[in-house]
Design a protein around this ligand. Sequence first.
Ligand SMILES: [Zn+2]
Length: 268
Amino acid sequence: MAPRSTPGPDGGRNGGESIDGSRAPWYVPAWLDVPGLPTFEVIDTRSAQGRLDPRSKTVTVADLVLFHGHACDGLLRGAWAMRALADVALGGAPFDRSDLLVVSKNSPCLGDVAAYLTGGRARFGTHRLDASLGVGFQIRVRSSGVTWEVREDPGFFPDLIGAWEAALLGDLDEDDKRELLAHHESVQWDWVRDALLPSAPGDHYRVERLDHLELPPALLEARRTDTVNRAVEPPVEVVSPYDPDLDAPGSGPPTRGRWAARYEEGPG
Ligand SMILES: [Zn+2]
């Protein structure tokens, strides 16, 4: 999928020139700043009480890195998994971040991909956790109940790296760890460059529709207020001077008068 590029003169340590000449921020390694990385279209409501805005926004791997804090193999495996899921489950449609519930492992990296792309949030009960999922996700379209799952092929990610990921969280000698962490990072990135980047998301991430999913319990339950009005229709009469409703059926001059008067009365 994404062509390999060689590290720049800085060895890829500080970003650098990508093959299309643009310069990535330092937190995106030059060898990762290549065309063909997955991107994601997302839609949200227009405001805190607003309805759904049909205009999509594009989320890149660089955006995911910025949100998560670092580029890592887990973040990229999550991005590949989500791209595979979106290709099958959503077709050409964007992630509607006002209408999705997501399940992920409670991994720092996978959990951030899940929350950022789907809009699922633990504090609203729309991001649930299941350690048995491994590198994979389940998403449920809340309005329809349709549920999908994606899982990484067993064996795609080397067991040896996984074993070191666990070991390096443990009680190793600090001087050993100092060197091992650096080598471990190199081996992780070698795998990303040799195995993940050349593959298409659908090559190693399997998607299926689920007839039934027993959801893990919510950590918190709360009403998410900024999606309550998501399905309200576009206005017929009132055009906002700040951000006109481009898909509103009304095209005549604004007729705010009676609605302004109604508003002045207060909601009581
Ligand atoms: Zn990470």
